[in-house]
Design a protein around this ligand. Structure first.
Ligand code: BGC
Length: 734
């Protein structure tokens, strides 16, 4: 009897199982799920998915159990929860994240393993917070040192940025969280960013400004991409036919969702036709105010629905957009398996610290002022506002509510312990120091700062100290390293140059530590024995810095962009067109961005792209190639021994640059096409191997609209920076 009952029950349940819709079956193929869900949706449900319902979320299909999409900035940590319609924090108590180092710092590690660690950690944080789209990473090319958002990007070289972005994306997405790569494309300045029309050659577009995005899509497999605010070919990038339909979707085969930047959509017709899939942030000025319940007025909301209903818009175009959003859902919130993530953990803080330690760059170290030897140092003076200033707050959309942030001063104090007395003087002060001011750049606090008095106090204290650690640079205030505006000049702000010049005179054991996301001028470079670029390093910033300053960690970071002596030495400024005339900006430097320009013009940089010292020394041996010429389809292998000739273990980034000796179109004197970070114990030697194929030799021929590699002579330069080539081998392409 009992058995019969169970049997009947099973039989009754059978049709239930049989009817499980394909879209709900995690074992079904992605495209089958997408098609099944799509054909169940009403027109209204489809259109609803295309636009925001709150500041950071968009609707799902409640009737079908399809969840909402929740985005979050990005790219250095998972942003605070905000009010439904506002940018303001909602004062939750469970949203304090780990702040990871800025992407410039990650790029400066020149170590894709650090990008793995970064992506994994931030992906876990986003997943735990139930975000299925992380608004990052950013890979806009560093074109001018004035760009307020360079700290969110990966430097001036397309190859380096491409190598670093791929693992970041892959690891984020293993958490069932989409990486939304931004800002596609040509958003290389903040001045006039919402309308400036970039005029750039096809060649520079493909060779300089697109490769990192292309790698993000094709190698990283990014599930989402964010359009940029600016215009290109007189069309806003969030609905730019050429960029989105032709290049991204057609040529690169991108099957994910194109998400607008917040407030980056301006036109329904273009948004429909030109490849935009999801609209966010409209009816705001993009940064600090929003209109309640504006969502149904979005360009892709009611206006689109009306057009569809009246037959003026084609449902097939709508379906393509919805398919892309459904893919996003089935890859993330409705993925077959998805880990739970973790948030604010010690493990993540440790990951951030490791990345920071690998990214810090020792720019100069005369007389071995660094590392600080605590057995010989009794009095340490720490000077400079950046030793105590919070850097995880401010800077625009990447601002974070960090669980904690170890300041440089705290890190130095903790590391010095009882071995030395650490005193602190401010030395200089920025006018907008309070957090509220940082967030509301329109209302910077005006206070009376007596720069001379602050400076005198610091210089007097420096005279008493055994070692001076000056910690300055830029900050996240408006007009510094901050979204929405560019810097006014290359110089350090707040009279720091005067202070540094006096400090190094007062005490010969002075190390100058710059925190920034951009190159700065250093008129005191010849007098400062030690200089460190320590970026914005997030939660564990102070501990990472102290580990390098005291020699627990041997620095191994290399610059991901050039430090020019003068602003005019930078390509965007040399030709004089930055920031454009308010309508257009012409990239007259063409393919010669970054070190390519300095090489071509034979300009000596202050510190070159790829430069970075160690507490040990590395000797490069002779480079050798496995053949003297290669044919199409073949690869070339170049080897070179590198030896640690110093007394301690360290890591070196060995760089490969390629020169095309003769070509039908002008080419940069050399271009980065490979790098390897190797770790060597004292006295140890290792052979570094680079294998290249035609893609390391090719250029974009805009007349043909295709990549081409021309037969002839090439050179492979191997060096320790773009300005420090140690050996060269010649080879031929058949
Ligand atoms: C920024 C984006 C950011 C978005 C959401 C925009 O102003 O340009 O990078 O993801 O805001 O905060």
């Amino acid at each position: 009897m009992k058995r019969l009952f169970i049997l009947l029950l099973c039989a009754a349940a059978l049709p239930l199982f049989a009817q499980t819709p394909v879209y709900l079956n995690p074992a079904a193929a992605l495209e089958d799920r997408v098609e099944d869900a799509l054909q169940r949706m009403t027109l209204e449900e489809k259109v609803a998915m295309l636009h925001a319902q709150s500041k950071f979320s968009s609707p799902g299909v409640p009737r079908l159990g399809i969840p909402e999409n929740w985005t979050s900035d990005g790219p250095h940590g998972v942003r605070v929860e905000v009010m439904w319609d506002e940018w303001y924090g909602a004062n939750w108590t469970n949203d304090s994240c780990i702040a990871f180092p800025a992407l410039t710092a990650l790029a400066a590690s020149w170590n894709p393993e650090m990008a793995v660690l970064y992506g994994k950690s931030i992906g876990e944080e986003a997943r735990y917070r139930n975000k299925n789209v992380l608004l990052g990473p950013g890979v806009n090319i560093y074109r001018t040192p004035l760009n307020g958002r360079n700290f969110e990007y990966m430097g001036e070289d397309p190859f380096l940025a491409a190598q670093m972005v791929v693992p970041y994306i892959q690891e984020v997405q293993k958490n069932g969280v989409a990486a939304c790569v931004k800002h596609f494309a040509l958003n290389n300045q903040e001045v006039d960013r919402d309308h400036i029309n970039v005029q750039v050659s096809d060649r520079a577009l493909h060779e300089i400004y697109l490769p990192a995005f292309k790698a993000a899509v094709q190698q990283g497999g990014a599930w989402a991409i964010m359009g940029a605010y600016n215009q290109y070919r007189n069309q806003h990038c969030c609905h730019n036919r050429y960029l989105l339909n032709d290049i991204l979707k057609r040529d690169w085969g991108f099957d994910g969702a194109v998400i607008s930047d917040w407030g980056g959509v301006h036109n329904t017709g273009q948004a429909i036709a030109n490849g935009l899939d999801m609209e966010f942030g409209t009816w705001t000025n993009g940064m600090d105010w929003g209109k309640s319940d504006a969502y149904s007025h979005y360009y892709l909301a009611q206006p689109y629905l009306q057009l569809l209903k009246s037959g003026q818009a084609d449902e097939a175009v709508l379906n393509d957009k919805v398919r892309r959003i459904l893919r996003l859902v089935f890859r993330t919130t409705m993925a077959p398996s998805r880990p739970y993530g973790s948030f604010g953990t010690q493990e993540h803080a440790g990951a951030g610290r490791r990345i920071a330690e690998e990214g810090i760059v020792l720019l100069q170290n005369n007389r071995n002022v660094l590392p600080v030897d605590l057995s010989k140092t009794k009095n340490i003076l720490v000077a400079g506002e950046n030793a105590v200033k919070r850097m995880t707050v401010g800077g625009g959309s990447s601002s974070l509510k960090a669980k904690y942030e170890v300041s440089p001063l705290a890190g130095i104090r903790a590391r010095a312990g009882n071995a030395a007395r650490v005193t602190y003087v401010k030395g200089y002060e920025s006018p907008a120091e309070r957090e509220q001011d940082v967030q509301d750049a329109k209302n910077p606090q005006t206070k009376n700062i007596d720069a001379k008095a602050l400076r005198d106090e610091a210089v007097n204290a420096a005279k008493q100290a055994d070692v001076v650690l000056f910690i300055g640079g830029l900050n996240k205030n408006a007009g510094q390293d901050c979204e929405g505006a560019d810097r006014a000049g290359l110089e350090l702000p707040y009279e720091q140059d005067l202070l540094i010049a006096e400090l190094v005179k007062a005490n010969p054991n002075t190390a100058v530590i710059i925190l920034s996301g951009n190159a700065v001028a250093m008129p005191w470079v010849a007098q400062a024995p030690a200089i460190v670029e320590a970026w914005y390093n997030g939660t564990e910033a102070g501990n990472a810095l102290a580990a390098v300053l005291f020699g627990d960690v041997n620095p191994s970071g290399k610059l991901p962009f050039t430090f020019p002596v003068r602003l005019q030495d930078n390509s965007a400024h040399a030709a004089g067109e930055y920031p454009g005339d308010g309508r257009d900006v012409i990239y007259r430097d063409d393919i010669f961005a970054g070190y390519r320009w300095l090489d071509k013009e034979k300009i000596k940089p202050l510190f070159a792209f790829g430069h970075g010292l160690s507490y040990t020394t590395f000797q490069y041996g002779k480079a050798a190639a496995d053949k003297s010429s290669i044919a199409a389809g073949e690869t070339l292998t170049i080897t070179l021994p590198v030896k640690n000739t110093g007394a301690r273990a360290g890591a070196e980034v060995v760089q490969l640059y390629i020169s095309d000796k003769k070509s039908s179109l002008p080419r940069p004197p050399k271009e980065l096409k490979g790098f390897k970070k190797i770790r060597l114990n004292a006295g140890e030697e290792q052979t570094v191997t680079f294998t290249i194929d035609r893609t390391a030799l090719h250029f974009y021929d805009d007349a043909k609209g295709a990549w081409t590699a021309e037969p002839g002579e090439f050179e492979a330069h191997i060096g320790s920076s773009s300005a420090d080539i140690r050996d060269t081998v010649t080879f031929y392409l058949k």
